[in-house]
Design a protein around this ligand. Structure first.
Ligand SMILES: *[C@@H]1O[C@H](CO)[C@@H](O)[C@H](O)[C@H]1NC(C)=O
Ligand SMILES: *[C@@H]1O[C@H](CO)[C@@H](O)[C@H](O)[C@H]1NC(C)=O
Ligand SMILES: *[C@@H]1O[C@H](CO)[C@@H](O)[C@H](O)[C@H]1NC(C)=O
Length: 483
């Protein structure tokens, strides 16, 4: 065994010394082991024998490109150089054997392939024809830019509300492209929603409806895109701007319902559970997703509980709108803080087309300290307002509640009546009377602005008041010093 190794080593040294092939050997150490062996072999034959100067290599080309596979040979002499692909001979010396016009010999024995195709991928052999063939192998890989399509091709996916939506894209290309998912409206710089050929969205809602985009990328040329349109099917959704509409005889009203639905949906109108048909005074129409019931020359029989009803194959939705002649809800306009010790100017606004006949005002004191809160008894006042219209649909009323206690919290409610009846009793409105010690007339304004900016925190309010009073004292002191 030892003898064999040492004789091989001796043999190699002999070759190097005789042929001065150091350079070629150094080169060949980096190349294919198979080729190394071949080089040794030629060395054995001698410098007059043909030798490859170039080395076998992996080449990459993009579909449609032109590529040159090199083959440089030293001492070719009378040997014939062939280019083969598998068993098929492409060229022999300078003779084109293949009929494919895309193949060409250039600059000696280099093989040029123009307009490369996917099918051109594989091993190409530059061979020196001899009893013992010697060859050099180049591998050609064809890169294919990405292309992508949605699955199914029409790109429309539907899912039920609350269910799972599966969006899919198929990409081809070499190397295999990566797929990323985006909302189409979103910028592509934003984070992808997912990666891979399938995007799964769980518990989908109407907000998930829209166009999605899959992006296929493999580093070869530009990325490719495909759209997938998701439709989330859900029972219809209705909304109304107002649940209560004020009307009066001979006026004109419009009841509006807004529909949200991605499916075919029917909208119909009811009055007190009777389905409505159009008449000469009543029309139904839609504008975009708004459904409108319009009534002109209003009559007392038109008062009632109306509803718009939307139906699709997944369900039915209803919205009620009351049309009434009674006054509308009360809106309080006065500040929560009285600037007086014993009085409060209560100002409120009520919607009513007919004049108001009577107003009921209920108020009570709250016994309140840090640990304890107990309401007093309601005081009831009945007012017969003089007509003071705010606009054609509203009244504004002011009433001074007197004989109040200072530094106290009160609650007040209002109810109004016109010729069609009483409205709902208003929500409770709270107000505070002033304490002794706060003399400034603007205090009401100041306290209000603090309670607006500091979200009503008592600590901030007290601190501010103390600072404010200190500043006033300081100003007065400075003034007296100067004069
Ligand atoms: C209208 O009628 C429906 C069904 O009877 C009822 O639930 C709803 O409270 C009524 N609305 C008004 C404002 O009367
Ligand atoms: C009560 O407040 C209203 C609205 O701020 C005002 O128009 C009215 O004059 C006040 N009434 C009295 C008596 O100060
Ligand atoms: C709060 O008021 C109740 C009833 O007036 C009284 O019993 C209690 O001592 C008061 N607590 C404080 C902390 O002032």
């Amino acid at each position: 065994m030892e003898k064999l190794w040492s004789s091989i080593l001796m043999f190699l040294l002999l070759i190097i010394r005789r042929n001065g092939l150091c350079q070629n050997f150094a080169e060949s150490f980096h190349s294919h082991p198979q080729q190394e062996q071949q080089q040794h072999h030629y060395g054995d034959i001698g410098t007059d024998e043909p030798q490859f100067i170039t080395k076998g290599h992996l080449y990459r080309a993009v579909v449609g490109d032109t590529i040159v596979l090199p083959c440089k040979v030293k001492n070719l002499g009378s040997y014939v150089l062939l280019w083969r692909r598998g068993a098929a001979v492409l060229t022999a010396q300078n003779l084109m054997v293949t009929r494919d016009a895309r193949f060409k010999m250039i600059d000696g024995y280099n093989l040029q392939i123009s307009n490369v195709r996917v099918t051109d991928a594989g091993d190409y052999v530059c061979q020196i024809g001899d009893v013992e063939p010697r060859d050099q192998v180049h591998t050609l890989e064809i890169l294919v830019p990405p292309s992508v399509r949605s699955v199914p091709d029409h790109g429309i996916i539907s899912a039920r509300q609350g269910g799972t939506a599966t969006l899919e894209c198929k990409a081809t290309g070499n190397p295999t492209p990566h797929i990323y998912w985006f909302r189409k409206t979103a910028k592509h710089s934003s984070m992808p929603l997912g990666e891979g050929p399938v995007l799964i969205l769980e518990q989908v809602g109407r907000q998930h409806s829209g166009t999605y985009q899959c992006k296929a990328e493999n580093g070869v040329r530009e990325a490719a895109y495909a759209d997938v349109n998701l439709k989330v099917l859900s029972p219809p959704e209705l909304s109304t701007e107002r649940q209560w509409i004020h009307a009066s005889e001979s006026c004109e009203i419009e009841i509006v319902c807004t529909l949200q639905s991605d499916m075919n949906t029917d909208v119909s109108w009811y009055q007190n559970s009777f389905m409505l048909e159009p008449t000469d005074r009543r029309t139904m129409y839609s504008r975009g997703n708004k459904y409108i019931l319009s009534i002109v020359n209003f009559r007392t029989t038109d008062f009632g509980n109306y509803s718009c009803v939307a139906d699709n194959s997944l369900g039915r939705t209803k919205k009620y709108i009351e049309v009434s002649g009674r006054p509308g809800p009360t809106e309080f306009l006065s500040s929560q803080y009285s600037s007086h010790l014993d009085r409060y100017n209560l100002t409120f606004k009520i919607e009513s087309l007919p004049d108001l006949d009577e107003i009921k005002l209920l108020y009570r004191k709250l016994m309140i300290n840090e640990t304890y809160q107990r309401p007093g008894n309601w005081n009831e006042l009945v007012l017969y307002p003089s007509v003071s219209r705010y606009d054609s649909r509203h009244f504004v009323m002011s009433y001074i509640i007197t004989k109040l206690e200072h530094n106290s919290v009160y609650e007040v409610m209002v109810q109004a009546k016109n010729r069609y009846g009483w409205n709902e009793v208003s929500d409770i409105h709270q107000f505070h009377t002033r304490s002794y010690g706060y003399v400034n007339e603007n205090m009401d304004f100041i306290i209000n602005s603090i309670s607006m900016t500091s979200s009503g925190s008592d600590i901030y309010r007290k601190k501010f008041i103390i600072i404010f009073i200190c500043c006033q004292f300081l100003a007065a002191f400075l003034l007296s010093v100067i004069t």
